[in-house]
Design a protein around this ligand. Structure first.
Ligand code: SF4
Length: 458
């Protein structure tokens, strides 16, 4: 039986003294993946640290509504820095609203929750939502920000059937904690039995809410099997099937790559292309990834995003190639931390680096990214594809809306200011006049211009 614990606070002091043993017991019980959410900045950092140390552990970064009163203006920026610079971060969480304990002002909770959701949309990663007696407000905020970019789970679900229906209608997943196994939880089990199998996840919420067979003890990921057994009784299918379905769901929502597929690097002519991500801040109507998983025979649909170490090992000697090209089935600057680490390796070893991008790196990182790429990146290819903000918004559907276009122009300028060679590209289908205008924008900003043809990649 392979299992995924999608919510487990291994970053809490409760696990300080025996974490290795806890993880070993989890592995011996078939737990292949564990997601560790952060509830504040130090806890999020610890989650990222654990994800770097244990192969089966992934991190989520977030700030719990209980801490909303203490949040500073820089905290969401810090979460952004963690996601863009870090590795194996699969969600923004634990975030949400809590009107039960009300440890923080409700208005500040709403602001924090909304800010964290906006960040998740920008980063194109899911959210892990805590909702305690705040169903109406949670729905209102989720609905106001609903888009293709927003996916997530309501964890430790405690709402009724109506709330469940609304959450499922938004495309969200649901998970229940160990309390569902308690003798007095028949109402909760009734609600759980309404969840379609393709929307259910398993979680322990360790160290809390231990399932009935171990009730009274500290919870840990090895106990997730008791949840699978409880659902097996509820749905009348085997615990193995529950484990398989929920693991597949977790894989799909958090992109954990239980199946580990997708090509990290591939050669076109004499350049080596590095496939960093398939997340993107745009939804271009012409995007190749909407048509096929393959480019030039390579499966680019990554299950798990590669880390810097893996990429460096794929590159080997960079002088064996004309260029190392950061690309992706998505937007590479979503992983600027990895770009900087790998590019530093390539430059130290005599190679050349090119970045292909949608030009939204400043908006994504919240910084002047070209300043940080100076000396690391030789060439940048920026897709413009539109002569003005409105057309850009229509063709590329950026999560940043019309603000994206000006940011792309600024990115071109900033790259030039840092001495980076810039090529602005445009697809032929936008029409002759639009192509002319894009060429002019490129030339006015000291960049070269290249017309590209739809369906020709590389
Ligand atoms: S910017 Fe590139 S990867 Fe992103 S949606 Fe557009 S074509 Fe696809």
């Amino acid at each position: 039986m392979r299992l995924v614990d999608t919510h487990c606070h291994l970053n809490f002091p409760d696990f300080e003294n025996d974490l290795d043993e806890v993880i070993e017991r989890a592995e011996n019980s078939g737990v292949e993946r564990i997601i560790v959410p952060g509830i504040d900045i130090p806890g999020s950092r610890r989650a990222v640290e654990l994800a770097g140390k244990y192969p089966g552990v992934f991190a989520a970064v977030g700030i719990h509504p209980h801490s909303a009163d203490k949040v500073s203006a820089d905290d969401i920026e810090e979460l952004r820095r963690m996601v863009t610079g870090g590795e194996r971060i699969v969600a923004i969480g634990e975030i949400g609203l809590d009107n039960y304990r009300k440890y923080s002002d409700p208005g500040k909770q709403r602001d924090l929750f909304s800010g964290c959701i906006d960040l998740a949309r920008e980063m194109d990663i899911p959210v892990i939502v805590h909702c305690r007696q705040a169903e109406k407000d949670v729905l209102e905020i989720l609905k106001s920000r609903k888009s293709d970019f927003l996916k997530g789970v309501v964890h430790c679900f405690s709402g009724g059937a109506d709330f469940l229906k609304e959450i499922l209608d938004l495309g969200f997943f649901v998970s229940f904690a160990g309390s569902i196994t308690y003798p007095g939880a028949s109402e909760q089990r009734k609600v759980a039995s309404l969840v379609p199998s393709e929307r259910l996840l398993l979680e322990t919420d360790s160290p809390y809410i231990t399932a009935q067979p171990k009730r009274g003890k500290r919870n840990e990921p090895a106990f997730i099997k008791y949840l699978a057994l409880a659902y097996s009784d509820m749905f009348g299918i085997s615990a193995e099937e529950i484990a398989e379905n929920t693991s597949r769901n977790a894989d799909s929502l958090f992109r954990l790559a239980l199946a580990e597929r997708g090509t990290i690097s591939y050669k076109i002519r004499d350049s080596l292309y590095i496939n960093l991500t398939h997340r993107c801040t745009n939804r271009c109507g012409f995007c190749a990834r909407d048509v096929s998983d393959h480019v030039r025979g390579h499966n680019l649909r990554l299950g798990r995003e590669p880390d810097a170490r893996e990429i460096i090992s794929e590159i080997g000697d960079p002088t064996g190639y004309d260029e190392i090209v950061f690309c992706g089935f998505g937007e590479p600057t979503l992983r600027s931390g990895v770009i900087k680490k790998v590019a530093a390796y390539v430059k130290e070893n005599g190679g050349r680096v090119r970045l292909t991008t949608n030009g939204e790196g400043d908006l994504i990182s919240g910084r002047n990214l070209p300043l940080e790429l100076k000396g690391l990146v030789d060439r940048v290819s920026i897709s413009l594809n539109a002569p003005d903000a409105r057309t850009h918004n229509r063709i590329c559907s950026p999560v940043f809306g019309e603000a994206a276009f000006e940011a792309v122009i600024l990115f071109i300028k900033e790259c030039r200011q840092q001495g980076i060679d810039v090529e602005v590209t445009c697809l032929d289908f936008i029409g002759e006049d639009a192509v002319k205008s894009c060429r002019k924008i490129a030339e006015n900003n000291g960049a070269r211009f290249r017309l590209r043809y739809l369906d020709v990649v590389g």
